[in-house]
Ligand binder design. Structure first.
Ligand code: UGA
Length: 448
């Protein structure tokens, strides 16, 4: 099929590159010329594992190109994904970009005689496609749905493994308003063997929100268990959770393989709280949407509250061991909100660093991919380092905040000698305790 994709963020570009790798002809549209040049050189403008390889192949094979010429892209495609940003504002999600994209596509549709399918990929609260986006398209095109198609097709891509998630989906959700666009979308995804949920756009939007808010709920649940364990002598969240994972209603796989075989259990790992551009934003948007409908969401409100307190609880655990943090040097390991990405949006590391600086600690930081945070994020300086050992030099404690493999595999028995005090805080419980020397004073999540 001939596909255009508006927006080359991680959702748009992964979608475009993956469809191109499956043999479709894809044109990606963006307003940023630097991004366009990079993509046309076969390089991703941001870090996402496997995306560079995929792009290089599809650009070379002329299956994908990038342009800033929207009309040309629409003219040479039969189906357009809108994958622009829907950033969070205190008033809810900002629909300016998606409205503007719908208006431009509608203006093109006015003069076109062909049937064209418009697909919303961006995450929008339930009801948005059938109201705001449909209206924008119908007004600017002067046509009604039926003369063109409108679908909502949410994405379930995790940063850091977005290409694999796209090519091996667990389900495809297609919310359509007319039979013709439904049939075209089903044809587009016909090569995938997973279940396809055909529904209306509002349910499709809701499936996305209910998935992300459930996953956030699981994380906050496990963090609440960890908080309790941190206050009950003899309790250890790691053991408690491992026992929980084995319930076959949650998973049918061996607990030792859990991290390799994602299941619902892979969201039941306590830590410093969830971050990223999706869970915090989607939870906030759905709660606000409910509030506007005069509906209370006590469960989702608590999920948010538990998450907000996590960084503070982590710093308190550190204080319990170190005492007053003023003048102490803390090595922060990991700035990205999770492993395998350079994304720091809503990263728990940022919240923790802020708390450490507020308490007068000196902060050194190391992340395999993120080499600094924007100066606006912090009034005071952080000392950025290029490797773990440099970060640990002279530190009173080291905190693993992002579960990078490099931190899990590091030779801690050797590295710890760089520190002033051998205190290691594993905020993701990724280290294998038995492999650590007795000299290491280990703090774990969910244990006194
Ligand atoms: C999430 C969803 O998993 C994707 O399905 C969805 O498409 C995406 O949001 C989106 O809406 O675009 P992502 O934010 O990339 O993906 O990251 P996740 O791997 O889901 O992790 C989110 C956060 O939860 C991270 O901070 C992670 O460290 C944390 N987490 C995860 C925990 O603290 N504990 C866990 O057990 C699991």
């Amino acid at each position: 099929m001939k596909i255009s994709v508006l927006g080359t963020g991680y959702v748009g570009l992964v979608t475009g590159a993956s469809f191109a790798s499956l043999g479709h002809d894809v044109i990606c549209v963006d307003i940023d010329q630097n991004k366009i040049n990079k993509i046309n050189d076969g390089k991703s403008p941001f870090f996402e594992p496997k995306l560079d390889d995929l792009l290089l192949t599809v650009v070379k094979n002329k299956k994908l190109k990038a342009t800033n010429n929207l009309n040309d892209a629409l003219e040479h495609s039969e189906l357009t994904f809108i994958a622009v940003g829907t950033p969070s504002t205190p008033a809810g999600i900002d629909l300016a970009q998606i409205k503007s994209a719908a208006k431009m596509v509608g203006t093109y549709l006015k003069t076109s005689n062909r049937y064209h399918v418009v697909v919303v990929k961006s995450t929008v609260v339930p009801g948005t496609t059938e109201s705001i986006i449909k209206e924008e398209l119908e007004t600017s095109s002067g046509k009604k749905i039926g003369a063109f198609g409108l679908c909502m097709n949410p994405e379930f891509l995790r940063e850091g493994c977005a290409v694999d998630d796209f090519l091996n989906p667990d389900r495809i959700v297609i919310g359509s308003l007319d039979e013709k666009s439904k049939s075209i979308m089903n044809q587009l995804y016909s090569g995938f063997s997973c279940p396809v949920v055909n529904t209306n756009p509002t349910n499709a939007e809701f499936i996305k929100y209910s998935t992300n808010t459930l996953l956030a709920t699981l994380i906050s649940f496990s963090n609440e268990i960890a908080t309790l364990c941190e206050n009950i002598p003899g309790a250890d969240a790691d053991t408690v959770m491992k026992g929980l994972y084995l319930d076959q209603r949650l998973t049918t796989i061996d607990s030792n393989k859990i991290r390799k075989n994602p299941s619902i259990v892979s969201y039941l790992y306590p830590g410093p709280g969830y971050g990223g551009s999706c869970f915090p934003k989607d939870l906030f948007a759905l709660r606000l949407h409910a509030k506007n409908l005069n509906i209370n969401t006590p469960l989702l409100d608590s999920v948010h509250e538990v998450n907000e307190t996590r960084p503070k609880k982590a710093v308190q655990l550190l204080e319990k061991k170190l005492g007053n943090l003023t003048g102490k040097t803390i090595a922060v390991l990991g700035l990205a909100f999770k492993q395998d990405t350079d994304d720091v949006r809503m990263s728990p590391s940022i919240a923790i660093i802020k708390l450490l600086l507020d308490r007068g600690a000196n902060v050194k930081a190391y992340d395999p991919l993120v080499h600094s945070l924007s100066p606006e994020t912090f009034a005071k300086n952080i000392q950025y380092t290029n490797e773990i050992s440099e970060c640990l030099k002279g530190a009173n404690a080291a905190c693993i905040i992002t579960p990078w493999k490099e931190f899990k595999d590091a030779d801690w028995n050797f590295l710890i000698s760089n520190m002033s005090q051998p205190i290691l805080f594993d905020m993701r419980n990724i280290l294998i305790q038995n492999n650590l020397s007795k000299n290491i004073d280990l703090i774990r999540i969910g244990k006194i």
